[in-house]
Design a protein around this ligand. Structure first.
Ligand code: BES
Ligand code: ZN
Ligand code: ZN
Length: 489
């Protein structure tokens, strides 16, 4: 629970107060807090540099037991992400100390040259996201999330921004939901289980839910999804979530890659590449969580989420390199590599989305290629679109939420690399190079004239180590970006 509050530290007893401190400027409007900062600064070990931290106890004049000063660094470097990270770290610090409540002093927006709303939003986000622990699979739960997080502001700010925390919490709960799905081990999220989990939560929010099993997938000719699923005893699903609003009849379709475990299939991945492949459904997790979040927010947008859910396994029934399959849209594809399975399930879902909903915009999210991680690293997603306006909107939402995207090219002449001697297309490029681009070009063959953006989240969807406001495992990347974007499209 996150709240804005205004209290007199001299009168009200507080267990823990966190004060963000800037290295080269006084940034708190409240005189009591400014005085506390002066005490901290007198000590050699605390300068307010980024990462600096100091705890002092029972300081005079205030009824606060414990004060944690946290360095923000230089004024010119302070932005939404610095505030998010600071709030997140403050919460994680308090969790590690087994505390239950904290009060975080919010810097004066003018002093850090930011809009008050951005300051509040980013601190709420960092705190809320930092308060999530994924310890379901630990017998002993060493730590507990905080019960209450209060942000200390002036009385008029409490009044004006009373409604802000509900929205931020709903969106962050979406991120947390996606994180939990991604971090869940693959033996506990086989396609049927993951689909049921999504469907159950979606129904609670009154989303329209459609689930198809193998029989329906066969009837409707989802040949590419079935080809990827062929090797696994855990049969595939397709789940569709719909949020329709009276405000808009013009649908936006979101498609998310849902491979609950990607072994590579007959083109089995090597040892070092297998252990985190439970994360290969991060696109589907982000799409499902976004739909649940916007339903809770009663968004004015009309949005449909389409998630093909499969497990990619080798077996005697598995698809082989060299197989030729017929996709939903009718084009044939030679399977050059069974590990390029994401693009196969996506083209069926995308072609269906285009045909059925004739959407205004289609966006797909997928942990699609290792090549994208090589190109952009583990924190930035690859963005592909022919549509400059749409690309700009995605980049902007990514910058605001710090779910960063970088636009990549879609050169027409690279399409040659996807030619097959025998089928309409090969799912594998004829060269090793530019793998994120050729994967995106492959998808582009199935969207017709629809305005489309593809976000390759192979890098940022999963983190081996914890960061300021995210534990190790699924990051929930994409949920905050999409929630922001859908408001603006
Ligand atoms: N799920 C992987 C992509 C991936 C790699 C995600 C690393 C997250 C981290 C995808 O299905 C895959 O295996 N792609 C292949 C494509 C290749 C066979 C053309 C790849 O990137 O190597
Ligand atoms: Zn693969
Ligand atoms: Zn994959």
């Amino acid at each position: 629970m996150i709240n804005l509050t205004s209290v007199d530290l001299k009168k009200v007893k507080t267990e823990t107060l966190v004060i963000p401190v800037c290295q080269d400027q006084q940034i708190h409007a409240d005189a009591t807090i400014a005085a506390l900062v002066r005490i901290a600064r007198k000590l050699k070990e605390f300068k307010g540099e980024k990462g600096d931290q100091l705890s002092l106890y029972n300081l005079p004049d205030v009824k606060t037991v414990r004060i944690i000063f946290m360095g923000l660094g230089k004024l010119e470097k302070i932005d939404m992400e610095v505030l998010r990270a600071t709030a997140g770290k403050a919460v994680r610090e308090a969790i590690n100390k087994n505390l239950t409540n904290i009060l975080i002093a919010v810097p004066a927006a003018a002093a850090i040259k930011m809009e008050i709303q951005s300051v509040l939003e980013s601190m709420m986000e960092g705190a809320c996201l930092g308060n999530h622990l994924f310890d379901k699979y630990k017998k002993e739960k060493k730590h507990k999330p905080l019960k209450n997080i209060h942000l200390l502001v002036s009385a008029d700010v409490v009044k004006t921004y009373r409604k802000l925390s509900a929205r931020i919490e709903t969106v962050c709960q979406g991120t947390i939901l996606a994180r939990e799905w991604v971090s869940t081990p693959p033996n506990d999220k086989k396609p049927e289980q993951l689909t049921n989990s999504i469907a159950r939560l979606a129904r609670k929010e009154n989303l329209k839910v459609t689930v198809w099993g193998e029989k329906e997938l066969k009837q409707k000719n989802f040949g590419a999804i079935l080809a990827v699923a062929a090797g696994s005893r855990n049969r595939p699903r397709m789940i569709i979530l719909e949020h329709h609003s009276k405000g808009s009849s013009n649908t936006i379709v979101l498609v998310g890659k849902g491979v609950t475990f990607d072994s590579g299939g007959i083109n089995l991945k090597p040892a070092g590449s297998l252990e985190d492949m439970k994360m290969d459904m991060s696109g589907a997790a982000a799409v499902a969580a976004t739909l649940i979040a916007i339903a809770r927010l009663k968004s004015k947008a009309s949005v449909v989420g389409i998630m093909p859910i499969v497990e990619n396994m080798p077996s005697g029934d598995a698809s082989r390199p060299g197989d030729i399959i017929t996709s939903y849209d009718g084009k044939t594809v030679e399977i050059g590599n069974t590990d390029a399975e994401g693009r196969l399930i996506l083209i069926d879902a995308m072609a269906y989305g285009v045909k059925k909903y004739k959407p205004r915009i289609l966006i797909d999210l997928a942990t699609l290629t290792g090549a994208c991680v090589v190109a952009l690293g583990e924190k930035i997603a690859g963005l592909f679109s022919f549509d400059d306006k749409l690309a700009e909107a995605v980049l902007l939402a990514g910058a605001k939420t710090h779910e960063r995207c970088w636009r990549m090219p879609l050169p027409d002449d690279y399409k040659e690399l996807l030619k097959s001697e025998f089928a309409d297309l090969n799912n594998m490029s004829s060269t090793r190079h530019g793998g994120a681009i050729t994967a995106a070009l492959f998808l582009s063959e199935f969207v017709g004239k629809t305005r489309w953006a593809h976000i390759d989240i192979a890098g940022p969807a999963y983190a081996k180590k914890e960061t300021a406001y995210c534990g190790a495992g699924g990051t929930g990347f994409g949920v905050r970006l999409l929630c922001d974007l859908l408001e603006k499209l």
